[in-house]
Design a protein. Sequence first.
Length: 182
Amino acid sequence: MRTPQLVVAGLAAAALLAASAPSSRGQDEAPSTSIQRYLADLHLGDSLEDVQRVYPPAQEWPSIQEAGGRVTRVRVERAYAKSFPAEAQTLWLGFQDGRLVEIQLIYGARFSGKKSSEMLADDMALIYGEPRRSNGKFWWTDGRTVLRVFDAELPVSESQKNSVELRTSIQVLERGLFRRAD
């Protein structure tokens, strides 16, 4: 498994190569670099079995069917898998027709305290250019894939459901799901 620092360093190196070419594109145009379709060693298009080979379950993973019925969202907490991405607290996985169409990684408190969503967005901007912004979220698209960085709101505790803590989060999803994910 790659640590977040190694992944960001690798992405930054790719950004330096991409940045050496002049760009005249506007902010509404797709970036010249395709959005990477993987996150946390998972790839968009993977099956649930593929995901479970990477992160073997330690217990059954809870899932919910989205209101429209098109996407099944699976929540994987660190305790639910025998292995897990470094610094991560939760993975949200969206499946449609048996294939992974959304990967969201929510970092733990320690990582989030060191790297805010704005700082992570700055790292991604080295690769993909200036992000678009809406409702405190940073996002990029290449017309096929969307990358978002934002603060995920997590309940402080079961007894304090109205209180939330913010955690740095990154998400890769199919473009067709973007409107519903915002």
